[in-house]
Design a binder for this molecule. Structure first.
Ligand code: ADP
Length: 454
């Protein structure tokens, strides 16, 4: 089109000024056109060599159209790149916030990237360790073997040597171009729970098997032998004792399970403390059979907020233990101190005491310092576990102090949110007792809901 225009212009010049002038005009026009194209092509080449986003050259003529297309293409491309960059940032932020450790490995098992959790799990540094072979930084033989095996069907359980005693589940997932995602999860708590569950099942089986073995032994004897009536009666009494022991264990287990599955105790239910202390005193007297001095040392004025049956059961267990582990003639003191800011229920005895190495474990299920003594006094090894559970549910703490052969103090401490002014302050009750029948109430205060150990 432009060439045709130049040809017409050249023809007109030819008609006006002669043939030479015509050709000169036409040639000049063609040269100018060529220069125009060369200049634009150079601009394009320069931009393509180092494209600056948003700085596409502008041109004229046909080049204006080409450059506008290029500009549009470049805008689209840069928008897509921005989108991609944003997605990448979001992905990294998500991977960083992930509670599990994430390490990206390349085809040579070198670290490309890792998140904060992986840094903490394996003591890695995302910046300085990038490009390092992962097996150089985590050298445990089982880990190295797992990474190099190429078989990642199952996770690897790894006991960390870096973080004290932690256990990790490691899973490698292969993806893309021979890349790998190494995921790590801290399963220390799960592992502990699983061990506790196994121990618990073993303990319950053991605790129930002993009385069961005794029971079936006696039953066999009664079946096989002709015993005189007195002997038979003795055997039946012994069997009944074993039956009761099993019942107590099952009751305590049910109490624990009820506690575990119940909603948190209410904050608006008043537990009148003074009447509760009086009940505890009467039950302790009955259990003691008059062989101990039982003292209630209480300052009235404040009550507790919570579940009365649970609190009565926990306090009752502490009082019962004090009587059971205090030799005849000893003292059991039930103490209550409360202000608007805190409250403390304590049971202080002058009993056998507990060696310091046992104290931290006393609230574990079935933990006993002296198994045979606990059994002889009707214990199941679950009393303090119940106490701890009840106190936890009331945001209270159990403090145990004890000295061997001198006595113990078990104190339950409640915070201000569980303390409320008593409606009518009862008088302090201080009483001594030498009365009641032995084993009348093995676990005073335990409600019907939570089961009583009698
Ligand atoms: P048990 O039914 O065996 O008494 P607990 O859970 O109530 O189980 O108590 C756990 C162990 O703590 C007991 O076996 C006993 O060894 C010890 N213990 C608890 N209370 C006292 C106490 N007042 N004096 C001495 N030892 C105690």
């Amino acid at each position: 089109m432009i060439v045709a225009t130049l040809a017409i212009a050249g023809w007109i010049v030819h008609l006006a000024f002669g043939e030479t002038a015509g050709w000169a005009a036409f040639s000049g026009g063609v040269v100018l056109l060529l220069l125009h194209h060369i200049q634009h092509a150079q601009r394009l080449a320069r931009w393509l060599k180092s494209p600056v986003p948003g700085k596409v050259p502008v041109g004229s003529g046909a080049w204006d159209y080409i450059f506008s297309l290029l500009y549009r293409f470049e805008r689209l491309e840069s928008r897509q790149q921005q989108q991609l960059a944003k997605t990448l940032v979001r992905f990294r932020q998500a991977a960083r916030a992930h509670p599990d450790g994430v390490v990206i490995l390349n085809a040579d098992n070198r670290i490309e990237w890792c998140n904060d959790t992986a840094e903490a799990h394996f003591d890695l540094n995302a910046e300085t360790d990038a490009g390092q072979p992962v097996v150089n930084l985590m050298r445990q033989p089982e880990f190295v073997a797992y990474v190099e095996s190429g078989v990642y069907d199952h996770p690897l359980e790894l006991h960390s040597f870096r973080v004290g005693g932690a256990i990790f589940s490691i899973q490698i997932i292969a993806y893309g171009d021979d890349q790998k995602l190494l995921l790590s999860r801290d399963i220390t708590r799960l592992d502990k729970l699983e061990t506790m569950r196994r121990d618990f099942v073993a303990n319950v089986s053991h605790e129930l098997r002993t009385p069961l073995t005794v029971l079936s032994g006696f039953l066999e004897t009664l079946k096989e032998l002709q015993l005189d009536p007195q002997r038979s009666r003795d055997y039946i009494n012994l069997m009944s004792e074993q039956g009761k022991r099993m019942e107590r264990i099952v009751d305590d287990l049910l109490t624990l399970s009820t506690l575990e599955s119940s909603p948190s105790p209410p904050l608006d239910e008043r537990v009148p403390v003074m009447p509760l202390l009086e009940r505890l005193r009467v039950d302790a007297l009955a259990l003691s059979g008059g062989k101990h001095r039982i003292v209630v040392d209480a300052e009235p004025g404040f009550d507790l907020l919570g579940a009365e049956t649970e609190i009565a059961s926990a306090f009752g267990n502490l009082v019962t233990n004090a009587v059971r582990y205090t030799p005849d003639g000893g003292e059991v003191r039930i103490r209550w101190r409360a202000t608007a800011h805190e409250a403390e229920f304590a049971v202080i005895d002058s009993g056998i005491g507990i060696a310091s190495e046992h104290i931290a474990r006393l609230t574990e299920r079935f933990y006993r310092v002296d198994r045979s003594r606990s059994r002889a006094t009707g214990g199941t090894g679950l009393g303090l576990a119940i106490v701890k559970h009840v106190l936890n549910r009331h945001q209270a703490a159990l403090d145990i102090r004890s000295e061997l052969d001198k006595g113990s103090c078990f104190a339950a401490r409640f915070s201000a949110r569980r303390v409320v002014a008593a409606i009518a302050a009862a008088a302090t009750t201080v009483a001594d007792g030498r009365m009641g029948s032995p084993h009348a109430v093995a676990r005073p205060g335990a409600s019907q809901d939570l089961g009583s150990r009698s």
